[in-house]
Design a protein around this ligand. Structure first.
Ligand SMILES: Cc1cc2nc3c(=O)[nH]c(=O)nc-3n(C[C@H](O)[C@H](O)[C@H](O)COP(=O)(O)OP(=O)(O)OC[C@H]3O[C@@H](n4cnc5c(N)ncnc54)[C@H](O)[C@@H]3O)c2cc1C
Ligand SMILES: *[C@@H]1O[C@H](CO)[C@@H](O)[C@H](O)[C@H]1NC(C)=O
Ligand SMILES: *[C@@H]1O[C@H](CO)[C@@H](O)[C@H](O)[C@H]1NC(C)=O
Ligand SMILES: *[C@@H]1O[C@H](CO)[C@@H](O)[C@H](O)[C@H]1NC(C)=O
Ligand SMILES: *[C@@H]1O[C@H](CO)[C@@H](O)[C@H](O)[C@H]1NC(C)=O
Length: 547
């Protein structure tokens, strides 16, 4: 079988992170005793990890004096999902690629709504940029804020164990240093060391462990590729790279989430026929050349059989846009006992005696941030970036503010019992809306907890306890809110701008946050007027995903 390769630009700017190799110690300044006042390990240098790193250094100097801060990133550079796999053969299941990024990937939200506060994208960045702009944005953010020196690239956290009790203790963190010459081999360390920390902040992302449904008969179907045709295949979207692979073939795309939609749009143009298998209530991707089908029931030697009894006998390939699982392997067995993994758990936030992931929801966690493990103080273990369906960078900053201040002063948080009660109240609110909190997980779909309200509430809490000055403002700026709410309209506007070749005209002179906000507002009006006159256009190849 042909291995897919992702040809990335060799010009991709890299941070000079290699120097972090010879020093495990990154102490800001040593206290008299020689031991840092607080030590913090951050895992991951995607949007979330960079947000907490920068936010810690924004604390007043007298607050963070003698703190030791280290960020471990297993890959070669910052950027998380936006940093593609290195060039070369893509691994095959069960080995996982480093990133789900593919060459045609661009954002589904306008970039001004996706930024860290006060740090807009560079002038002339297309409104819906490709992945490389987003990756470079993260590099620029780390460099601009002078935090690169704390980032240890090619350092994988392999295990983290809490030695202590609910009253106190420390993390024993096992780190595997990867060979810089061998990009893909994340599991063969050249060196292993252990180090203790007071606080662990986990920003490991949630687009890394594919959720792969199991159907009866797949082995049989895969083993019976008709003579003279390419090997049949079933891949998860994390392995999807180029639509050309599917030219002239018959393809089934499973799912209507962001990944399924993008694959449908791209593959639909080149394949002989593209089917999209959808759950009841989901529509086929607008603008995509696809034939809708119900969910798959099973496979047999010749066919893919659907729940309505229909069958397709000529399918060559399936792409599963079936999402990802919430896992933190270094906190889970066999490496650690902090986070139990149980897809069908009957435990809940009041009965669990450890942290639990049912692969959709890590609980009990307060505000999707603080781990309420009965034997670990809440500020000792925090997550950044668990919420889904939010604008990440601003949300990561809101969360980071709370985490940084709670690390500085644990008394800003009420005791664990009260945090649990607040969490149970949140779960009850979701149920009152007819949602199952253990299925919804970290998706901010409840009316009681939408994207912007969530961020506002996190930051307002800090004002209420006096950790931040009360300025009478909401955290999420009005323009960001409007831009995000109008993402789809703006997507259609930008497609029209591109068709007319007018990108430069619109982008000219746009530099500051206010100017980007103004651009979105002008484009919104321009497109509204057009759509009122002509109706909503259906762009062939329009690839703006739903939020
Ligand atoms: C294909 C795709 C398209 C998307 N498009 C959009 C979009 O258009 N708009 C939008 O708002 N959001 C989008 N998102 C959401 C995206 O997840 C966020 O934008 C954001 O980049 C996530 O950042 P993160 O830091 O939480 O996670 P990640 O980017 O996944 O970063 C986590 C980092 O942690 C590192 N790490 C993990 N485990 C370890 C370990 N044990 N030791 C050391 N390091 C470790 C990883 O290597 C990685 O670098 C998209 C996501 C995907 C997958
Ligand atoms: C980063 O460091 C440089 C040189 O020390 C300094 O000039 C600059 O102001 C710093 N940037 C920030 C955002 O602190
Ligand atoms: C597979 O199932 C379909 C639909 O039920 C049927 O038409 C087809 O004959 C079956 N093929 C085999 C080899 O059993
Ligand atoms: C810590 O937070 C508590 C509760 O908000 C507050 O009373 C106390 O003054 C804070 N301590 C410091 C040093 O800021
Ligand atoms: C958890 O389960 C117990 C026992 O089934 C039940 O009494 C309790 O109300 C549940 N709590 C939550 C938060 O769901």
């Amino acid at each position: 079988m042909v291995h897919l390769t992702l040809l990335i630009s060799s010009l991709l700017p890299l941070l000079a992170l290699g120097h972090a190799y010879d020093s495990e110690q990154t102490v800001l300044s040593s206290s008299a005793s020689g031991r840092p006042a607080k030590s913090i390990a951050i895992v991951g240098a995607g949007s979330g990890g960079l947000a907490i790193l920068k936010t810690i250094f924004d604390l007043p100097e007298d607050v963070r004096r003698d703190w030791e801060v280290v960020l471990y990133e297993q890959r070669r550079n910052v950027g998380g999902v936006w940093l593609p796999d290195p060039p070369g053969a893509l691994p095959r299941y069960p080995e996982l690629p480093e990133s789900p990024t593919y060459p045609l990937l661009h954002t589904n939200t306008p970039h001004p709504t996706m930024t860290y506060i006060g740090f807009p994208y560079p002038p002339n960045t297309p409104l819906f940029p490709t992945w490389d702009h987003v990756q470079q944005y993260h590099v620029a953010y780390a460099e601009h804020h002078n935090v690169s020196q704390y980032i240890h690239a090619r350092h994988r956290v392999a295990a983290a164990n809490w030695i202590g009790s609910a009253k106190g203790g420390e993390w024993e963190v096992e780190v595997h240093v990867q060979d810089p010459e061998r990009h893909t081999d994340v599991d063969e360390p050249v060196r292993i060391f252990k180090k203790s920390f007071d606080h662990l902040v986990v920003a490991n992302g949630h687009n890394h462990y594919p959720n792969i449904p199991q159907w009866d008969g797949t082995d049989e179907w895969l083993a019976n590729t008709p003579a003279g045709t390419p090997q049949r295949e079933i891949i998860h979207s994390i392995y999807y790279r180029r639509p050309e692979r599917y030219a002239g073939r018959t393809v089934v795309i499973v799912g209507a989430g962001a990944s399924g939609r993008d694959a449908a749009l791209q593959v639909g143009k080149l394949a002989r026929v593209t089917y999209q298998s959808l759950r009841p209530g989901n529509d086929p991707t607008p603008g995509a050349k696809v034939v809708p089908k119900p969910p798959i029931a099973h496979f047999n030697r010749t066919s893919v059989v659907f729940e309505d009894g229909s069958a397709l006998h000529d399918v060559d390939a399936l792409i599963l846009g079936t999402g990802y699982e919430f896992r933190v392997p270094f906190l889970s067995p066999p490496h650690s006992s902090v986070l139990a993994v149980d897809k069908h758990t009957t435990l809940n936030s009041t009965t669990a005696r450890t942290l639990v992931t049912n692969l959709r929801y890590i609980f009990p966690t307060h505000r999707h941030i603080f781990a309420l493990h009965p034997d670990i103080p809440p500020t000792a273990l925090a997550f950044i970036g668990l919420p889904v369906l939010v604008a990440n960078c601003p949300s990561d900053i809101a969360q980071s503010l709370l985490v940084a201040h709670a690390i500085a002063n644990a008394s800003i948080l009420p005791p664990r019992e009260q945090l649990i009660n607040e969490l149970v109240a949140r779960e009850d609110k979701l149920r009152a809306e007819g949602l199952d909190p253990y299925y919804v997980g970290h998706r901010l779909v409840a009316e009681a907890e939408s994207d912007h309200e969530y961020q506002d509430a996190v930051v307002q809490y800090l004002k209420d306890v006096g950790a931040l000055p009360e300025d009478g403002k909401k955290f999420v700026e009005p323009w960001r809110r409007i831009g995000r709410d109008n993402s789809r309209l703006l997507g259609r506007a930008w497609e029209r701008v591109k068709e007319r070749g007018e990108e430069n005209k619109w982008l000219e002179g746009v530099r500051t946050e206010d100017e980007w906000a103004d651009l979105m507002s002008r484009l919104t009006e321009w497109q509204r007027a057009y759509e009122e006159e002509h109706g909503v256009p259906e762009f062939e190849g329009q690839s703006v995903w739903y939020l």
